[in-house]
Design a protein around this ligand. Structure first.
Ligand code: ADP
Ligand code: ASP
Ligand code: MG
Length: 462
């Protein structure tokens, strides 16, 4: 079971978490728990680490440490009053470490990807001992483990690392023996390289941690506890009548999370899918709601489109040139140049004339992508590279679209009627996702138009 930032935001929330765990523990369920940082803490850590190398003085450090101390100590005092003397010094010591590391970054005027990962893992480091103490307070034995101790060994790609294939055996060996006696409380979001260097798994990475651990111990089920009743037809902050979807396939959730549905980390389905483990998404604050069940093949459903999502921080690159027509190797030159600079391409579309290739990349990678492509201009392989930051990508997801003619027509007719201009279209061969690019300001409206077009606010069993 994984509990997200809102689920552990304060002592009251942690009380709800412990209620849930206690209920399952009493039933005799063996549980492993993954926790993320308290809501907002990872953001604070990312923010300060970005500012320190260039800030004139280190005056931001003390207030941050003080606020983390106040928040975590009061959570501890309220959630586990009997454990202040045992756990309080652990938190103080970690805050002192964090304080020293932040000063080191400031003194060196340098933040390496390695030091950044180490710093931003402190949200989880500070919180996990409090959740474990809250369990102990209720008489439930627990053990705290960081991601590395739990056996999550990752690639060296700091900030976006992935679990190595041999994790299962290590996790099994480390976690299984604990389950019989107590509940392991594992720090999400973090792991380490084979050399023991701390890594992080990307924003929202605790979902991924939970799935890695679940696959490692061959869990019967993986439960993601969050602050909404389940995965919804769209982001409830954009669509106020979005509904919870009772059942989704692994593939559908992968498509949704990859295209920005913040409710799950994009990689979090992979480990569960590999072991065919059922995943549930549930609300910590409404635990009797059945939530969303994620399985390999969901029951047949008359709905063609299940959910919509959009991703804002992307940029489009249009590559044009008549010399690209019928010339083998152009696509290779473009994608090799981007791959060499580690630019991830999120969407690709090629006009049938072959004189144009359009790509979508993460906005943060746009400058590197442009630099990578500029030699192709001087070599005459392409004529122009045009970039556009004012775009967003919308994804229409549903495995019912596979082999169902007419969905594309409905999507683009509805958008056309609403006066929304579609700049790029892409459909993968899996056919469970049709994605397209519109102007940034049209994104939320495009989602609303399609939510209505496919009647997604109507009850699923209607
Ligand atoms: P946690 O801290 O529990 O991991 P997150 O904030 O990362 O929670 O993710 C839950 C949030 O994701 C919800 O509060 C909701 O605003 C947002 N969200 C975006 N898209 C969806 C969707 N399709 N279904 C449900 N929630 C979504
Ligand atoms: N604390 C991390 C983040 O904010 C991981 C997570 O919440 O899942 O991204
Ligand atoms: Mg999350």
């Amino acid at each position: 079971m994984k509990f997200g930032g809102t689920s552990v935001a304060d002592s009251k929330c942690i009380g709800s978490v412990v209620d849930i765990l206690e209920q399952h523990h009493k039933k005799g369920d063996e549980l492993a728990v993954v926790v993320s940082a308290q809501r907002g803490v990872t953001d604070q850590l990312i923010d300060i680490s970005a500012r320190l190398p260039s800030s004139k003085d280190a005056s931001d450090i003390e207030p941050l440490i003080k606020s983390l101390q106040t928040r975590h100590m009061s959570t501890l005092e309220e959630a586990a009053p009997g454990f202040i003397h045992e756990v309080g010094p652990i938190i103080e010591e970690r805050l002192q470490d964090l304080h020293n590391i932040l000063h080191a970054v400031h003194n060196l005027r340098e933040l390496t990807p390695r030091s950044k990962d180490y710093i931003i893992s402190y949200g989880e480091r500070l919180l996990a001992p409090i959740v474990a103490a809250a369990l102990e307070q209720r008489g439930i034995p627990s053990v705290v483990l960081d991601g590395c101790e739990a056996g999550i060994v990752t690639s060296t790609q700091h900030g976006e690392s992935t679990a190595l294939p041999d994790c299962d055996e290590r996790i099994q060996r480390r976690i299984r023996p604990i389950l019989k006696k107590s509940i392991p409380v594992i720090m999400g979001f973090m792991g380490c390289t084979q050399d023991g260097i701390v890594t992080t798994l990307g924003r929202s990475g605790s979902d991924y941690s939970a799935s890695i651990i679940g696959a490692g111990i061959d869990a019967n089920e993986i439960w993601i506890w969050t602050d909404v009743d389940g995965i919804m037809t769209s982001d409830p902050r954009v669509i106020n009548n979005a509904r919870v979807i009772p059942e989704l396939s692994y593939l559908e959730v992968m498509e949704l999370s990859y295209f920005g549905a913040k409710v799950m980390h994009p990689r979090s389905i992979e480990p569960a899918m590999r072991k065919n483990i059922l995943v549930r998404v549930k609300n910590t604050f409404n635990p009797t709601h059945p939530g969303t069940v994620i399985v390999r093949h969901q029951r047949p459903d008359h709905r063609v489109v299940k959910a919509l999502t959009y991703i804002e921080k992307v940029a489009a690159i249009n590559i044009n040139g008549a010399q690209m027509i019928g010339r083998p190797g152009v696509a290779k030159a473009i994608f090799s140049a981007l791959a060499d600079r580690e630019v991830n391409v999120m969407m690709i579309s090629q006009g049938s004339s072959e004189a144009n290739i359009s790509l979508i990349v993460d906005e943060a990678h746009l400058d590197i992508a442009s630099q990578a492509l500029s030699p192709l201009l001087s070599q005459g392989i392409v004529r122009e590279v045009i970039q556009n930051r004012n775009v967003c990508a919308v994804a229409v997801v549903g495995s019912g679209m596979v082999g169902a003619p007419g969905t594309g027509g409905r999507i683009f007719t509805a958008l056309g009627k609403a006066g929304i201009n579609v700049m790029i279209i892409s459909q993968g061969s899996c056919e469970a996702n049709i994605s397209f690019v519109v102007r940034q300001e049209d994104g939320p409206r495009a989602v609303r138009v399609l939510h209505d077009e496919f009647c997604l606010s109507e009850a699923i069993d209607a």
